[in-house]
Design a protein around this ligand. Structure first.
Ligand code: EPU
Length: 350
C-alpha cells in the first residue's frame, strides 16, 4: 500500500514555552499545534478531543506574559510567504504570512524598493501579531500601512477577510485584543496580512528622536534606508534585545488624560512629558512617570526595570511570571499614589 502524506498537523504534548516567549518565562503547553495554513486550523477544530477546547494563539511570543501553564490548546502560527500582490499607481500592496518575522519583512520590503515600513524596524514579533496590538513606533502605526487581513474563526473554522474598519484599530489595540461581545480575542487566528505602502513614498519624521538625528547628522531629507538605520540605532540604544535580555517591549501603555487632568498634573510636576492628541486629550509618557517614581534599574525578585528605559520590564535571569506581575503591580501602585494615574499593561497577561 502506498504511504499517505501526513494530513493532520502534529499535536505536540508537554511543550516548554520558555523559548517561545521573548520574556523567557517558564510555562508548559499541554498541547501545541503548529499552524502552517487555514487547513491546519480546521483539522484542529475537527479533532474530537481538541475541537471545542479553548485555544491560545501564539505568534513570536513578544507581547505575552505567561503566569501559568496554558490549559488552552496552543496554536503556534507558522504561516509563511511574502509577495507583491499589486503594484498600483498609489501604493504597493504586499501580502505576508502571519508567521513571518516582522522585522525581516520590513527589511525585505526596503530591499525590494517598496519603502514605507522603515519607522517600524526592529519591532520584535511576527506579522500576525502586528495588527493584534496595532504595533507602532516613531510616529507610525501598523494601521497607517494596513490594507486587510485573512483570519480563520476558531469556533467556526470559517475564513474571513477583514479591512481596517473591521479590525477597529486603536492605540495598541484592536478587535483581536477585545474580549466579550464583538471582540475577537481567542476567537480567531490571523493567517495573512496585506500591507499598503503608499506611492510616492513620504518620510514620517515628526518624532523627537528622529528630529534629533536630523539635527545631529545635518541630513534634512533622509531616504527610507537612512530612517531605517536611525530607528534601528535608536532602538538598540534604549531597548533591550530580547535575544540577550528577556522582555516584552513597553510593559504599560502611555496613559491618555483629559486636558483638566493634564493641567492638574503639570501644576504638581511641571516637567512631566506630555503630548497633545488630535481629540484635545493628552498622552503622558508612562516611562517618565515610572522613572519619576524611582523605579529605573530596580528589581523585585528576578524581574526588573530596564536601566535605560523605565517602561520596559526585564527578566534578570530565571524570573517567573508571578514575579513580573508582582513588580508590575508595585509600579502601578506607586504611579497611582504619586500621580493618581492607573497604568494599563500593554502585553497580554495569561
Ligand atoms: N522617559 C523618561 N524615562 C524613562 C523612559 C522614558 O523620562 O525611563 C521619557 C523620555 O525621555 C521621553 C518620553 O519619556 O521624553 C517618551 O519616551 P520614548 O520616546 O522612549 O517612548 P515611549 O513612550 O517610552 C513609545 C512606545 C514604544 C515605541 C516608542 C517610540 C508605547 C507604550 N511605547 O515608548 O513602543 O517604540 O514610543 O515610538 O506606546 C512597545 O510598544 O513595545 C514599544 C517599545
Amino acid at each position: 500500500m502506498m504511504s499517505r502524506a501526513r494530513t493532520v498537523p502534529a499535536f505536540e504534548h508537554g511543550v516548554s514555552l520558555r523559548e517561545l516567549n521573548t520574556f523567557g518565562l517558564p510555562a508548559t503547553a499541554r498541547t501545541l499545534v503548529r499552524i502552517t495554513g487555514d487547513a491546519d486550523v480546521r483539522r484542529v477544530l475537527d479533532d474530537p478531543a481538541l475541537g471545542r477546547a479553548p485555544k491560545l494563539v501564539l505568534g513570536g511570543g513578544s507581547n505575552l506574559i505567561l503566569t501559568r501553564d496554558p490549559d488552552e490548546v496552543v496554536l503556534k502560527v507558522e504561516v509563511m510567504g511574502r509577495r507583491l500582490l499589486e503594484e498600483r499607481a498609489d501604493a504597493w500592496i504586499v501580502e505576508v504570512g502571519a508567521g513571518e518575522r516582522w522585522h525581516d519583512v520590513v527589511a525585505w520590503t526596503l530591499d525590494q524598493g517598496w519603502p514605507g515600513l522603515e519607522n517600524l524596524a526592529l519591532i520584535p514579533g511576527t506579522v500576525g501579531a502586528a495588527p493584534v496590538q496595532n504595533i507602532g513606533a516613531y510616529g507610525l502605526e501598523l494601521a497607517d500601512r494596513f490594507e486587510s487581513l485573512d483570519a480563520v474563526g476558531l469556533v467556526t473554522g470559517r475564513a474571513v477577510t477583514l479591512d481596517a474598519q473591521a479590525c477597529a484599530f486603536g492605540y495598541r489595540d484592536s478587535v483581536f485584543k477585545r474580549q466579550g461581545f464583538g471582540g475577537l480575542a481567542g476567537k480567531s487566528l490571523i493567517t495573512r496580512v496585506r500591507l499598503r505602502l503608499p506611492r510616492p513614498w513620504q518620510p514620517v519624521l515628526g518624532y523627537l528622536d528622529l528630529e534629533r538625528r536630523m539635527a545631529e547628522t545635518g541630513i534634512r531629507e533622509p531616504d527610507a534606508r537612512t530612517i531605517f538605520d536611525w530607528v534601528c540605532a535608536i532602538r538598540r540604544a534604549k531597548l533591550p534585545d530580547p535575544a540577550a535580555i528577556g522582555n516584552a517591549g513597553s510593559f504599560f501603555k502611555n496613559p491618555v488624560v483629559s486636558p483638566e487632568q493634564c493641567r492638574d498634573i503639570i501644576a504638581r510636576d511641571p516637567h512631566i512629558v506630555h503630548y497633545p492628541m488630535a481629540d484635545g486629550s493628552f498622552k503622558l509618557a508612562a516611562g517618565w512617570l515610572i522613572d519619576a517614581c524611582g523605579w529605573k534599574g530596580k528589581s523585585v525578585g528576578r524581574a526588573g526595570v530596564y536601566e535605560k528605559q523605565a517602561l520596559v520590564l526585564v527578566n534578570r535571569g530565571g524570573a517567573s511570571g508571578a514575579e513580573v506581575v508582582t513588580l508590575a503591580r508595585a509600579i502601578q501602585e506607586s504611579v497611582y499614589g504619586r500621580f493618581g494615574i492607573r497604568l494599563e499593561p500593554e502585553p497580554v497577561l495569561l
